[in-house]
Design a protein around this ligand. Structure first.
Ligand code: SAH
Length: 245
């Protein structure tokens, strides 16, 4: 996947893109990430990238011209790129959106700052606007990193074990079951015996039940959209009955 990021703070990407799994993905050529300093595309002597909002009000708004010029330069060798704007007003970025992005060959992400970007950026150039949650960040950089990280996990070859993205939380609409590793007992807390039993069917059933319990307890909203078979439904009914007692 070819990723072009438009930002006023390219140094922020140092770290998230240069460590661990994402670093390896870059080294393997699975991710090709280029950072573009929007300020380099301001044409005036002082390299101004923001201005006061029309109509008054607090803060500054990112000007349309430097972003437009930067996009134009990027699009020369990324003609097919899907252009994404980070914004708290956007569609909520979730597991489905991460999978969707992982299918793309070319993505451009625009990182806003201050009070956000001039609305004409959105009108003229943006294909999708994404929010990473119902809160306001100081800039789009962290949102871009979150989206890139989540999407990268679905690009074949990025994760060491290909199955792991599929067993993770949200892949089947449920939260993941609890995980344990050695030692078998720590500070008096033992690993559930079924996980040591070697009985794969029992382990699978226990994990499924735990996933259902976790989801019912913390995110009951997810159960409405999850794919549940008859056993799942029966187990949930039991859990609800127990809770009423
Ligand atoms: N005045 C704007 C907020 C601007 S925050 C408003 O009320 O909607 C500055 C920049 O941070 C935004 O332009 C956007 O790029 C980024 N940002 C803030 N919160 C975000 C979120 N939840 N998801 C994605 N990007 C966000």
């Amino acid at each position: 996947m070819k990723l072009d990021i438009l930002t006023l703070f390219p140094a922020m990407f140092e770290g998230p893109l240069t460590e661990s799994i994402i670093r390896r993905a870059v080294e393997k050529g699975l991710l090709d990430i280029r950072l573009h300093q929007i300020r380099d595309f301001a044409t005036d002597r002082h390299k101004v990238v923001d201005d006061a909002p029309y109509g008054g009000g607090d803060g500054m708004v990112m000007k349309v011209e430097p972003i437009a010029a930067c996009l134009e330069a990027v699009k020369v060798d990324r003609p097919e790129a899907r252009v994404i704007l980070t914004s708290p007003r956007g569609r909520l970025f979730d597991d489905a959106a991460a999978r969707e992005l992982a299918q793309e060959q070319e993505i451009v992400v625009i990182c806003g700052r201050y009070e956000g970007v001039d609305e004409r950026v959105r009108e003229l150039f943006v294909d999708d606007e994404f929010s990473i949650g119902d809160f306001v960040l100081t800039g789009g950089e962290l949102a871009a990193m979150v989206m890139i990280d989540a999407a990268a996990r679905f690009i074949p070859g990025v994760l060491g074990s290909p199955g792991s993205a599929e067993s993770d939380t949200f892949s089947d609409g449920l939260l993941e079951y609890p995980q344990y590793t050695r030692p078998a007992e720590f500070q008096g807390v033992a690993v559930p015996p079924v996980l040591l039993s070697g009985n794969h069917a029992d382990v699978a059933r226990w994990r499924r039940h735990k996933a259902l319990e976790e989801t019912l307890q913390t995110r009951p909203d997810l159960l409405e959209k999850a794919v549940l078979d008859r056993d799942d439904q029966r187990y949930i009914a039991e859990l609800k009955e127990d809770a009423c007692r």
